[in-house]
Design a protein around this ligand. Structure first.
Ligand code: HAM
Length: 439
């Protein structure tokens, strides 16, 4: 009972700060690209996922946390967020008033009952966007660009893999070709493949069973079934990305594990680096022509992508990147005698109201133990209030990285500390860019 549920994890301390930093960067990039936030419930009616993510997908077939609520309705903890966004567009009739395309970003926990391993959890977090109602190769490229920009902003180098599932005609021809090919082998393949063969033979290409992979290698290739217009569309998206300086590599085997995709699909993978364990795609997405209609909305096409924050964090950590060190407290106030505690609390309150992260000890502990506390809380400055300071109406402010001490007059304290802090931030930013450039 004292352990977290298998496949879930706590995010604490500096890790939590880093998650927040990554989330804030992704959110601000989404805002820069013109996306509005949308927050949908974690719980949805189960049929939503059957109709969107699809019954042939592993997610729906094996990985959903589905249960009956006390009213006997089948509900599911969302395994991804696109379906919920589509449902919300329909439930709230967002399409009636909206200027097209509707552009939403989201961030939150998702749940999949998968076998936990590096970068794979049962509760994980996604950041993503959906852009619905104005199909264009430019918007497909724009969504890929947005995700790429998120990785760049935290200096995780990724490569973009892209493919096209083709138009209706391409997919029908391909499905027929796969059925014909696998017909010879299906009896000797795993039970999942037998099921996939019946509902959606494309899913067989995702099979991880070694003997089945051997068979899959010889299967017809999607590219040979793409119509000319599907190929042209794919090339157009790639050339738009090139014009944004993003290199996208065609991966014939990329079909993605969710049923709602049509046309362009893509994934972001960490560039291979020695010692970095493979964690699968860091993010992925694609175009969906019928998803909104399938969940009861108008026949609008859309495109979207999601990034997995745990995987991003995993790769980020491998590089041991240090984001500019702005974490921790700004000030830690240290009363050297119990009689100063009340005035120190007033000062703390003034600094907090002036927007500076401040904390203090409410006991006049020894100098050493208060310093220890200040260091533990990663305070940038300690403010020391002792007998001398008290008599002279001033405070001693110590920069805890340079160890330089300054005296500050009591009546000017808030403004002086604000200036000190600004100079501190300017210096670390300067140092950071000297070390890292604008990489
Ligand atoms: P997905 O590829 O299933 O796509 O998931 C997106 C990302 O979520 C993955 O690339 C991965 O980083 C992360 N992820 C998935 N499963 C796990 C797991 N068990 N543990 C940790 N991270 C995981 C989607 O979910 C689509 N909704 C993306 C999309 C948006 N397509 C269109 N719009």
């Amino acid at each position: 009972m004292e352990n977290p549920v298998k496949g879930t994890h706590d995010i604490i301390g500096s890790e939590a700060l880093l998650y927040t930093e990554i989330e804030e960067r992704c959110k601000s990039i989404a805002a820069i690209f013109g996306y509005e936030e949308i927050r949908t419930p974690i719980l949805e009616h189960t049929p939503l996922f059957l109709r969107s993510v699809g019954e042939s997908s592993d997610i729906v077939h094996k990985e959903m946390y589905t249960f009956d609520d006390k009213g006997g309705r089948s509900v599911t903890l969302r395994p991804e967020m696109t379906a919920g966004v589509m449902r919300s567009i329909v439930s709230n009739k967002l399409y009636v008033e909206a200027d097209l395309p509707m552009k939403y970003f989201y961030l939150g926990p998702c749940f999949r009952y998968e076998r936990p391993q590096a970068g794979r959890y049962r509760q994980f977090h996604q950041f993503g966007v959906e852009c619905v109602g104005a199909p264009s190769a430019y918007l497909d490229a724009d969504v890929i660009n947005l995700g790429y920009h998120c990785f760049n902003s935290i200096r995780v180098p990724v490569k973009v893999k892209i493919n096209s599932l083709g138009d209706e005609e391409s997919r029908n021809n391909y499905r027929a070709a796969l059925k014909e090919y696998f017909a010879k082998y299906i009896d000797q393949m795993c039970d999942d493949c037998k099921r996939r063969y019946e509902i959606n033979p494309l899913r067989i290409l995702d099979c991880k069973v070694p003997e089945d992979i051997e068979i899959v290698i010889g299967a017809p290739k999607l590219r040979d079934y793409l119509t000319d217009s599907a190929k042209e569309y794919l090339n157009l998206v790639i050339s738009i990305l090139e014009s944004f300086n993003i290199e996208a590599e065609i991966d014939d085997n990329l079909v993605r594990g969710l049923d709602y995709y049509t046309g362009i699909v893509f994934e972001y993978h960490a560039k291979p680096i020695e010692g970095l364990a493979e964690v699968g795609a860091l993010g992925g997405g694609g175009h969906y022509a019928h998803l909104l209609k399938d969940v009861g909305g108008p026949d609008y096409e859309g495109v979207g992508m999601s990034l997995g924050l745990e995987r991003l964090f995993h790769v980020f950590n491998h590089f041991n990147h240090d984001l500019p060190d702005t974490f921790g407290l700004d000030f830690y106030i240290m009363p050297m005698d119990a009689k100063f505690v009340g005035d120190c609390a007033v000062l703390m309150n003034q600094l907090r109201y002036a927007g500076m992260m401040t904390d203090m000890s409410f006991e006049a502990k020894s100098f050493k133990s208060q310093f220890k506390a200040a260091t533990k809380k990663k305070a940038k400055f300690a403010i020391i209030v002792g007998e001398d300071e008290w008599k002279n109406g001033e405070f001693t402010v110590k920069n805890l990285s340079s160890q330089i001490q300054t005296k500050v007059r009591g009546e000017e304290i808030v403004n002086s500390l604000r200036t000190m802090l600004q100079e501190y931030y300017e210096q670390i930013e300067l140092k950071y860019f000297e070390e890292h450039g604008n990489e």
